[in-house]
Design a protein around this ligand. Structure first.
Ligand code: SAM
Ligand code: SF4
Length: 335
């Protein structure tokens, strides 16, 4: 590790050891909170990172202290060279994980296992097939649900991401938690966040506070155990007494966890984002292709990181559509 440079430390004392790499802007679902119905402008193919470029950039980050890499997208499992990417990255000294909608998971079980993936985050926003179809604009509920069970039976630790929206799936909070009675899943309720083209409205968001009110209405208070969160965890974790799995809340809107943020994001077209909410990006791919060092660009990007949510440090700023439409749609950032 090149400790002498310390290029991953920002001006707020945060060391960045976690890189999320988006492998593609494409997806086999069309979740309305993630992308506009008409789709997003895709980068020309030649502007996307090849597997060799992904590896080269990731290696630089690992040399400077990154210990965890998560592959995301778009849908990472739609990339045809996903096996090669996993194999290359698994050769780095890093904890490798993936976030997927699970539509294609059954085809990749062996590759995921061989390359040391232990934890998989899967998105599933409803336990009702019709509602799933409505939110994803695709009819894959059975496939996704069965693939979650498959991952579980194959020994992966599965975290299920549920973006909650008022009057859409907030009546399923307890159904999701009840899944953890017999299945060792972690259900992670995510506050709906604003990105370009997702018609965000604060009124549609289900807050941490209201999720916990629903939980306490369904379970006696002494049965709801607050668990120890992992260091740099973005979620507040809970378990219902006697249940095998747990549930958690990711409250980026009402309760941001920026103080302990250790994340950086690399988009599929090789742009470094120092924050999910940042409207600026730093082009690593062009410099890599020109044979230049990408380290000074990384360092500058890290030093430019704002203390809270890419400078949207108040709820008022977060609600300003001008500010979040300067950002990309989630599908092309990589959540
Ligand atoms: N396709 C994969 C999937 O759906 O898991 C990976 C990419 S997706 C962009 C990563 C995560 O971002 C998903 O768990 C999704 O639910 C979350 N996400 C997307 N848009 C969001 C939004 N507006 N607010 C909160 N979470 C969002
Ligand atoms: Fe695709 Fe994931 Fe976005 Fe849904 S949340 S559209 S599955 S990238």
């Amino acid at each position: 590790m090149k400790e002498h440079k310390n290029i991953l430390k920002d001006t707020h004392g945060r060391a960045h050891s976690y890189l999320r790499i988006s492998l593609t802007e494409r997806c086999n679902l069309r979740c309305s909170y993630c992308m506009p119905a008409e789709g997003v402008q895709l980068s020309p193919k030649g502007h996307l990172m090849s597997y060799e470029e992904i590896y080269e950039i990731a290696k630089t980050f690992v040399e400077h202290g990154v210990t965890k890499i998560r592959l995301t997208g778009g849908e990472p499992l739609v990339r045809k060279d996903i096996s090669v990417i996993l194999e290359k990255l698994a050769s780095l000294s890093v904890e490798l994980s993936i976030t997927t909608n699970a539509v294609n998971v059954d085809r990749h079980i062996d590759t995921l296992k061989t390359n040391g993936i232990k934890t998989i985050n899967v998105s599933l926003d409803s336990l009702n097939a019709e509602k799933f179809k409505h939110i994803t604009r695709r009819d894959y509920f059975e496939k996704v649900y069965n693939n979650i069970l498959l991952l579980n039976s194959e020994g992966f630790k599965v975290k299920v991401n549920v973006v909650l929206m008022k009057d859409f799936n907030d009546n399923e909070i307890i159904d999701f938690i009840n899944l953890t009675k017999t299945l060792p899943l972690t259900i992670r309720f995510i506050e709906f966040m604003p990105f370009d083209g997702n018609k965000w409205d604060m009124a549609k968001m289900v807050s941490y506070k209201s999720i916990m009110e629903t939980v306490y209405n369904a379970f006696p208070e002494d049965q709801v155990h607050r668990l120890q969160d992992a260091p740099n965890d973005t979620s507040k974790n809970y378990r219902i007494k006697g249940f095998q799995g747990s549930f958690a809340i990711i409250s980026s809107v009402t309760n941001p966890f920026c103080d302990s943020c250790n994340r950086l994001r690399l988009t599929a077209n090789g742009q470094l984002k120092n924050c999910l909410f940042s409207s600026t990006e730093s082009d690593l791919l062009t410099s890599l292709r020109q044979g230049k060092s990408i380290e000074p660009i990384i360092q500058k990007a890290v030093l430019g990181k704002f203390k809270i949510r890419g400078s949207m440090n108040t709820l008022k700023k977060l609600q300003d559509p001008k500010l979040h439409s300067n950002n990309r749609s989630m599908i092309s950032i990589g959540g």
